[in-house]
Write a protein that binds this ligand. Structure first.
Ligand code: CA
Length: 249
């Protein structure tokens, strides 16, 4: 089979201010499927929405996606997002306390043949570290990002902006949610990070990169990312998922 492998770990934490954790994570080294989802909606509905998203999407991406044509995998991603979104709408319609629930989802598929595919909706992010450089792969579906794109505010002003909670695309808010899809090749030594905004709002890119490079063991790495986000305030639920790529036996 393929020549690439990975070590991975995920951790989600309530943070230091919120009373419940509405984030969900899914991490399977075997299937190469990884999800971070950040739910919203009162009465514990947010955590229901993010759990539906991570479970439904993960279930639909496992198995054949490791060997399918890239185009087919991307179709599978789109379908998985739409189906998860519909399931959230269906469960919201059945239970008044869950009306309006929704979630972000950032999804990574790693393949042993050296391909990665990432799908994303909302403002949870996917990053890759290669040769000591941290690159954000996803682009937030948020009002603040739109202002940055229009040149109305700088990326620095976007960080911790008071309107940063307004997201422009999510699962559970529309009948046909459309994820943005990215694909590329993986190399030995690459590190992928998926994170909810409770991590990325608390830590600078430089700070995250320092931790990703210092902690080779993914378990220790996610523990330290979460710990330092909490030390920086822990204003929101914090989720971090790390996968490190290796090659050969
Ligand atoms: Ca959040």
């Amino acid at each position: 089979m393929g020549r690439f492998w990975w070590k991975c770990a995920a951790l989600t934490d309530v943070g230091r201010v919120r009373r419940s954790n509405e984030d969900s994570v899914y991490c399977s080294a075997e299937s190469g499927v990884f999800v971070v989802a950040d739910g919203m909606g009162g009465h514990a509905a947010g955590e229901v929405a993010s759990a539906i998203a991570s479970e439904w999407i993960a279930e639909r991406l496992c198995g054949a996606c490791m060997t399918m044509e890239l185009e087919q995998v991307e179709d599978r991603f789109r379908t998985a997002f739409v189906e998860a979104g519909r399931e959230i709408l269906r469960q919201a319609a059945e239970n008044a306390t869950r009306l309006g629930m929704g979630t972000t989802a950032t999804v990574l598929l790693l393949r042993q043949d050296g391909q990665y595919i990432m799908g994303h909706i909302g403002d949870s992010r996917g990053y890759r570290v290669r040769d000591g450089v941290l690159s954000q792969i996803t682009r937030d579906h948020s009002w603040v990002q739109e202002q940055v794109d229009r040149g109305m505010i700088t990326p620095e002003q976007a960080k911790n902006h008071p309107q940063s909670n307004i997201i422009t695309r999510a699962l559970g808010t529309e009948a046909y949610p459309t994820p943005d899809l990215y694909d590329g090749t993986i190399e030995s030594g690459d590190i992928f990070l998926l994170a909810s905004d409770g991590l990325t709002d608390m830590l600078s890119d430089e700070h995250m990169l320092k931790i990703l490079e210092a902690e080779e063991d993914p378990e220790r790495c996610v523990a330290r990312l979460v710990k330092e986000a909490n030390l920086a305030g822990g204003l929101d639920n914090v989720s971090a998922l790390v996968a490190r790529i290796g090659e050969g036996s």
